[in-house]
Ligand binder design. Structure first.
Ligand code: ZN
Length: 313
């Protein structure tokens, strides 16, 4: 098992420090939710009603203090932010590179919002992680468990295939577009996620194997209003460690020359212009995406073992 990512930081520089994502240690409540998210929470609470998993719907979410503080220090320096190029995305798992565990930035090329995170989820396995991505899109109320304040709707185009336990994870999720509606900060995003093999997105099979990655929920993403244009690229790469599941996440949102290798990716700049987004609004979106990712994955870590025990059979 590769251990380099689990070792303590060798530098005390704040910009490069490990921010400690081990759930259960030095936590702070999440106290700020934009007004539209407050309304969504009450709608989700009413919808979950008597669902058999209602006991896992929690209003009180917590995140590591160090992680929250890391995101208050402004954007990452340019050398810490990766582009969505094939060469760069393979560095995510390079044991000789050390990235801050949480951060955001705006890439000048495109421009493009960028968010990164690494989390260790105690008591969670890659088997549970894969199960979650097959189980939650069946009902939007299941999706709301993950982030009760921000998650609105979620369905796949072929739910029967997603639920078919005779098929593999890949056969159930890939080529089965996932329609998602959620708040990222105060903005409502309606997205279509196309999950696929990480090697089709540019990751090297040998790099994945060497890193011990055994679960992926990685996708190119379109906005519902422009379903022909790749507008976002997301990596969730996970491995099992002796401290639980370790998840590496990256998000690129907007336009980038490297998006040309994805369907409609060359049309990103025109779409950005149409949406009225510039580098300043993308920087804000990158920060809000980082807060959203921090909140939902720290929360998922606290509920997934018990939800899987109750429903994962
Ligand atoms: Zn979310």
């Amino acid at each position: 098992m590769p251990t380099s990512q689990l070792e303590p930081a060798k530098t005390s520089a704040a910009s490069n420090a490990r921010v400690g994502a081990v759930v259960g240690r030095d936590l702070t409540p999440v106290t700020y939710y934009p007004v539209p998210m407050q309304r969504q929470f009450f709608a989700n609470q009413a919808a979950i009603g008597t669902k058999p998993y209602a006991e896992f719907f929690h209003p009180d979410l917590t995140v590591p203090i160090a992680w929250a503080k890391a995101l208050q220090r402004g954007p990452l320096s340019p050398e810490q932010a990766l582009s969505p190029s094939v060469a760069d995305i393979n560095q995510v798992l390079d044991p000789s590179r050390r990235f801050p565990d949480a951060g955001y930035a705006v890439l000048e090329e495109g421009p493009c919002a960028y968010t990164q995170s690494r989390i260790e989820m105690a008591g969670v396995t890659t088997d549970m992680f894969r199960w979650w991505f097959l189980w939650h899109p069946i009902e939007k109320e299941r999706y709301s468990l993950w982030f009760p304040w921000a998650h609105v709707d979620n369905y796949v185009e072929d739910p029967a295939r997603l639920a078919d336990t005779s098929l593999s994870y890949e056969q159930r999720l890939y080529g089965n577009p996932n329609h998602v509606e959620e708040f990222v900060g105060p903005s409502s995003l309606k997205l279509i996620m196309h999950f696929t093999e990480p090697t089709e997105l540019g990751l090297d099979a040998a790099v994945l194997r060497r890193a011990g990655i055994t679960a992926s929920a990685s996708a190119t993403i379109r906005v519902a209003d422009a379903p022909e244009i790749t507008f976002m690229f997301m990596l969730h790469l996970a491995r099992d460690t002796d401290r639980g599941l370790e998840l590496f996440s990256r998000y690129w949102i907007g336009a980038h020359p490297e998006f040309k290798r994805f369907p409609g990716g060359a049309d990103g700049p025109a779409l950005l212009k149409k949406m009225g987004m510039d580098r300043h609004s993308l920087e804000t979106l990158a920060y809000e995406m980082a807060v959203h990712d921090m909140t939902e994955f720290n929360h998922l870590a606290t509920i997934l073992p018990a939800v899987h025990r109750a429903f994962g059979h």
